[in-house]
Write a protein that binds this ligand. Structure first.
Ligand code: ZN
Length: 426
């Protein structure tokens, strides 16, 4: 048994924000009550001055395993997640081989099952993520895939995508999409505008994202698919999602979802100019008006999920030129602190709002048994100090590609508990 005492318990799934104790027994939440006392032998965590919340759920993660394990593997990725207070991850399918076949999905789930956290995975929408032919969705779901994505490679064939939408709608599983039309992109990862001008390159224009978001929201409304727009980066994209959510609501549906990454609500293209390839990601960091629109989207629920797009790359890869270096940054270990620093402290969000987007909502969209402290739920818990600060760095990830390194951030994970076991302690 484990007893967590004196913490401020915040559970968005029950709209609970009160000082309470939590008793954990047999890997489950036994009770959440005021002043629990126990006679039996019991480990006790004093969470005075800390927030005790459902373990975070990050639904956009690249562990690079199989195929690119010099960047990260399932074990190191899981440890980095635990340090970030994350107890459930959903992996993307752009491994090598891609997650388009039963063997790869089974490998990932089995290896993930040996870690301290819950490792789920999406399967690919198309074979080889080539955008030509759909995968065998039923076979991949029966191996345990929780949704479908070709993340990293936008799907340009609208007819094929519509077929995928009908199939995922029928099976009631989410389809998560990277929305950037490659036909409009000169160079990935750098915003077309001030940043591309700085580097003297063509860059990636906002229209590349806006056009695919518009197309796919239409298709989602037509088919009833559970659509998740990944890592939204433009103010126009946010507005399109807002309108589509209203239309879906009028049809009595809650099928349109959108993710924002911590870097898109924290940084602009100025960071690309300052940090170079360490702030190169797809879609790129954009303008201040976009960043502010993403924050307002998170505030009013248009964007319902915060996900990291944790994308480790080696130092050698990131030291290449701005056009040759791969896109993406790590994010598991800084996500909660960026939420506390940028959303709670700078923009007046409540911790409840933040945790809703980082735990309860993403768990619900993918149908995971997570994101709640209700009695009987798995004892997946993060305990964090909302006022303490730390300097980002010393990552447990195999990679360290982050523009946030050496920045002072607020909000420090003290304990991460998965299935009632302490899997990280500050
Ligand atoms: Zn992506």
């Amino acid at each position: 048994m484990l007893l967590i005492k004196n913490g401020l318990v915040i559970d968005p799934s029950q709209n609970l924000c009160e000082k309470k104790d939590i008793l954990i027994k047999n890997k489950k939440i036994e009770w959440v009550k005021s002043k629990i006392t126990v006679d039996a032998e019991c480990d006790i965590i004093d969470a005075e001055n800390c927030i005790v919340a459902p373990g975070l759920v990050d639904v956009h993660v690249h562990f690079r395993d199989p195929g690119f394990t010099y960047k990260e593997d399932i074990e190191t990725g899981a440890r980095a997640a635990a340090k970030g207070g994350i107890t459930s991850v959903v992996l993307m399918a752009n491994t090598k081989p891609a997650g388009d076949n039963e063997d790869t999905i089974t490998y990932v789930i089995n290896k993930g099952g040996k870690t301290d956290i819950k490792v789920y995975t999406c399967a690919a929408v198309t074979k080889g993520m080539a955008g030509k032919e759909l995968t065998d969705m039923d076979a991949l779901l029966s191996c345990g895939a929780v949704g479908f994505t070709d993340d990293g490679i936008p799907i340009t064939d609208a007819a094929l995508l519509e077929e995928a939408f009908w199939k995922t709608a029928e099976r009631k599983v989410p389809i998560s999409l990277h929305e950037e039309d490659p036909a409009l992109i000169m160079n990935n990862g750098i915003n077309k505008g001030k940043a591309s001008a700085h580097f003297g390159i063509g860059g990636s224009p906002r229209e590349a994202e806006i056009s695919l978001i518009a197309r796919d929201l239409e298709l989602a409304l037509k088919t009833g698919a559970i659509l998740n727009i990944q890592h939204i980066s433009t103010k126009e994209g946010v507005e399109l999602v807002r309108e589509a959510k209203q239309k879906a609501a009028r049809l009595g549906r809650n099928t349109i979802h959108a993710e924002a990454t911590p870097h898109h609500f924290s940084l602009t293209e100025e960071a690309a100019i300052q940090y170079g390839t360490l702030a190169k990601m797809n879609p790129p960091l954009r303008e201040e008006a976009d960043r502010l629109a993403i924050i307002e989207g998170l505030r009013d629920g248009t964007i319902d999920i915060i996900a990291t797009d944790h994308a480790p790359h080696s130092r050698e890869e990131k030291e290449r030129s701005v056009t040759e270096a791969p896109s993406g940054i790590i994010g598991l270990e800084t996500a909660l602190s960026l939420g506390v620093t940028k959303l709670v402290e700078e923009n007046g969000f409540t911790h409840m709002q933040l945790l809703q987007c980082m735990s309860t909502n993403p768990a619900k969209m993918y149908g995971l048994d997570a994101g709640t402290l209700a009695a009987g739920a798995p004892a997946d818990i993060v305990i964090y100090h909302p006022k303490k600060t730390w300097t980002a760095g010393n990552y447990l990830s195999k990679s360290s590609n982050s523009p946030f390194t050496r920045q002072k951030l607020q909000g420090v994970v003290q304990y991460t508990i998965a299935d009632g076991k302490v899997v990280y302690r500050a």
